[in-house]
Structures are given as C-alpha cells and as structure tokens.
Design a protein around this ligand. Sequence first.
Ligand code: MCA
Length: 502
Amino acid sequence: MFLDTLAQHYREQPDKVALQIIDGPPVTYGQLEAAVNRTANYLLALGIQPGDRVAAQLPKCLSFIYFHLATVQIGAIFLPLNPAYPSAELRYFLEDSGARLLIADAADQAKLDRLTETLPEHQTTFTIVKPQDTGPNWLEDNSARRDYPLPGDPDQTAMMLYTSGTTSRPKGALITHGNLTANIASLHQAWGWRRDDALLHALPIFHVHGLVVALHGALHAGATALLCPAFDARTVLDLLCSRRFSVFMGVPTMHRRLYQLAGGRRYDLSHMRLMTSGSDRLPDDLFFGYQETFKVTLLERYGMTETGMNLSNPLRGERRVGAVGLPLPGVSARIVDPAAEKPLPDGEVGEVQIKGAHVFKGYWRQPEKTAEAFSADGWLSTGDMGLREPDGYYTLKGRAKDLIISGGLNVYPPEVELALMEHPAVAACAVIGCPDAEWGERVVAAIILRAGERADTESIRAFCRERLAAYKVPRRVLIVDEFPANALGKVQKARLRESLCE
Ligand code: MCA
C-alpha cells in the first residue's frame, strides 16, 4: 500500500529531504513522519473516526500535506477543496459530504463565519490553520504514533474528490487505498521514478494531478519535492535552469507560459529526466516549440479524477505528438461505440473506456450515478472520444460529454448555467467553451433576458462570481435573442460555438 512504502522511507532514510516549500525549511522523511503522526494524534483527539470525512480548504502549504497524510493514515477520508471556492460552493461540498471537520485558512475567517450561519448545527468543526506556520500548535504534541491500525483493506476509501457532472451537482468520487497504490505503482514503473529524483512541484495540490501523480509519485519513490506555492513562469523557468531538478509536471497553460516567456531564446533543459503534460490536450505547436526551445520532448499522458492516470506516452520510445500514448501497466483500455457498447476496430472513433485496480469505487451516496458510469461488464465510461492506432497508441478526439477544460481545470457548463438561471433577469442561457491560445478553452455564456428586463453583462459576471470559483465565471457574456435549437428544442451548442466563438 502507498502508506507502507512511505513508512519504509521514514525508516530507511529519515535524514533525506522529503519536502520543501520554496524559501521554507526542508522537511526530512523523519520529520515528515513525526509531523504526520502528531497531526494524526490531533485528529484522533478531535474524535475523528475511520470513514469520517475531513475537508481541507487551504493554500498550498505543508499543513495541507500533514493533514492529508494523517487523515488517510487513521483511516478517515480526505476531501481536498480548491481555495477558490466561494462560500456557496463550499457549503454544498460540506453538506453533501457530511464532513466532520474543515481545516481552513485563517485568512478565510469571514467566509467561515458566513458558512457557520447556514450549515446545520454541529455538522462541521472548523480548524483554522495559518498556512505560513510550519510548526502550528497541533505539532507541539511530542507523542509518537499512537497504537491504531493502519488501513489494511484496499477497498477502504482514502479520498473523496468532487467532480461535476453533465446533469447534476458535483459528485464525490471515492478513491480507495487500493486505487492510490495501483496508480502510483503503475506510474513508478512507467516513468522510472527514482530515489534520487527531485520534483519541481508547481501544480495545485487539491487535484489528482498535483496530489497523487506528482506529490505521491515523489514520496512513493523516496525522492524530494520542492513546492512552489503558486505557478509563476519566471520562478519555474529559473528553477528548471538551475539543474537541481529531474522531474516537472504541468498542464498545457503552464507549458505555454514557459514557452512564451522564453520568447525565442533557447534554453537547455535536457538534464530534466521527465517533463510531463496533462489534464488537457497538448497543442502540436507547443510540443514542437518546446523541443526547439528547451531541448525537451514533453511526455503527454491522460487521466481523470475517477481513475488517476490511464494512458501515457512512453518514457523510452516514441512520444507521439497529438497522442496520449499507451495503457499504463495494470490498465486496460478500449474504444467502444457508445450507443451499442460494442468494441470498435482500430482507427475508428468511439468512447474511451477503462478498467483496472486504479478505477474508483463509486460516487458518494449516488448508486445510480455510479451504475451509469460503468458498462454492464464493468468498464468505466470516460466521456472522452478517441481512437486506437494499429500500434496501440491512443489519440483523443473530443468529448462525449458537455465539458470545458480551461487551464487544465474542468468546467461543467450545466453548473455555470444553474448559477446563471438564478439571476432574476435571465430567461435562458447556454454556456460553451471557445478555443483560446493560452487557456485551451475559455468559458463563454449566451443569455436570453426575460421580456422587459435589462442587465449589463458585467453585473451578470459579478453575480456568477459570488456563486462560482473564478475559473468557472464566464469570461464573456453575450445577450442574444434566441439559440439555435434542434427539433426537440434542445440548444445546439456546436452551432452556438460556430456563431459566437471568435
Ligand atoms: C486561474 N484563473 C483561471 C484558471 N486559473 N481561469 C480559467 N481557467 C483556469 N484554469 C483565473 C484566476 O482566478 C484569475 O481570475 C485569472 O484567471 C488570472 O489568473 P492567473 O494568475 O493568470 O492564473 P494562475 O493563478 O496563474 O492560474 C493559471 C494556472 C492554474 C497556473 C494554469 O489554472 C493551474 O494551476 N491549473 C492547473 C489545474 C490542474 O492542476 N488541473 C488538474 C485537474 P480573475 O482575474 O477574474 O480573478 S485534472 C486532473 O487532476 C486529472 C486527473 C488529470 O488528468 O490531470
């Protein structure tokens, strides 16, 4: 299990640096073990039991990592939340998950006060953390790990990660200890993780990409991770040039910013053992531009919250432009005709389906949604369309589901549409993604106003901002008279995109 490997590093290399936040003190594996044990003791003292949900809405900091590892160590369920969620979204996650505890940033006190007024009494205890502190008070407990069993059942849930749906409010995907172990073992093998690797970590840590693929990857290998609290292209490029690192993972928007910052100058980053791109399609020009500018061939891979990583271009061998590679060790993939659920021959476009020990066990308290996600014979429907080349490489060809990916973050149009429909002047709306060189796609909303109503588009954006995290707020709002619709009256988003995207 992932926790066992970590315990092995605690024992075998206690003096090796495990983590460091830029400009902060290094944390060795020995110190990490002590901090995680003390945090676990603190959670136990609060009465947290196996299976309880422990939510954390913190900026990227060591406390987040201690709470994450301590929560899974005592058999509770860790629920990471994007710090950008305003209180309306936060309330939904806390209510839906029935979280016993929310670990939050001291800077968010006002938001938490508003929340306390609306949450059911005693549902959630807030523990306020000052993320800049490396030794907050719960770490003052000097006791070693208390005597409690470490989770031993691979089916036990370790994390709950909210993903949105095309027709519903966000659903909590349940990720088990077995899923985490399978994922990380597979990536370890495929990407050749080593103890002497040094990861430059510039991703958010509340998603699978930053938390599991990058951070767990480094900790599982017994390597060192340097964490940038936020992505700043200048800082990251300087660090990459320092030759202190061997691994970097990013989303295409980050790679685009690094490439643009280079501004035609050449940098030799060929000492980097592995630089990956994921969470969104890597544009061809960026793949080639990177090779020319940085002497690096980005390794593109494909995953999703419900599974972690599924497909990857190879570490050695051809990293094919425009392709997401081959199934990772332990992963099975197939392309099916979504209507008939029939596997399709190579070269034909269908839905990508996935099977393996890394696939999540279901959505929190949503058995129907869980059943819908799987085929009768147990394959997970990804909602992504793609094809398999005769030599086994997979290429993605769009989405079966209504989804926008902006800067590597998923935005579900129905969620934005629900928020827009709460506006008293909005009679109907449709949210689409328009192509964007920096973000991949940008969120655009078309609205029809109620008869006699007037509203300026900026006030509509401000209205959304109170209800949705900033990355989901439409960059453009357009007032239209009607939508292109099919015979059944359903808005034809493809036609809307043709007419509204510039
Ligand atoms: C920030 N903003 C965004 C986004 N990020 N708007 C749209 N899409 C976004 N992704 C907003 C900010 O709130 C701000 O709004 C404005 O854009 C400018 O912010 P800026 O400072 O330029 O952005 P940033 O803070 O530098 O963030 C850009 C980023 C970030 C570094 C690319 O979005 C990011 O870290 N993306 C990675 C996401 C990720 O890890 N995805 C993995 C999930 P305003 O000006 O209005 O305040 S998917 C996953 O885990 C699966 C398993 C997988 O396969 O990987």
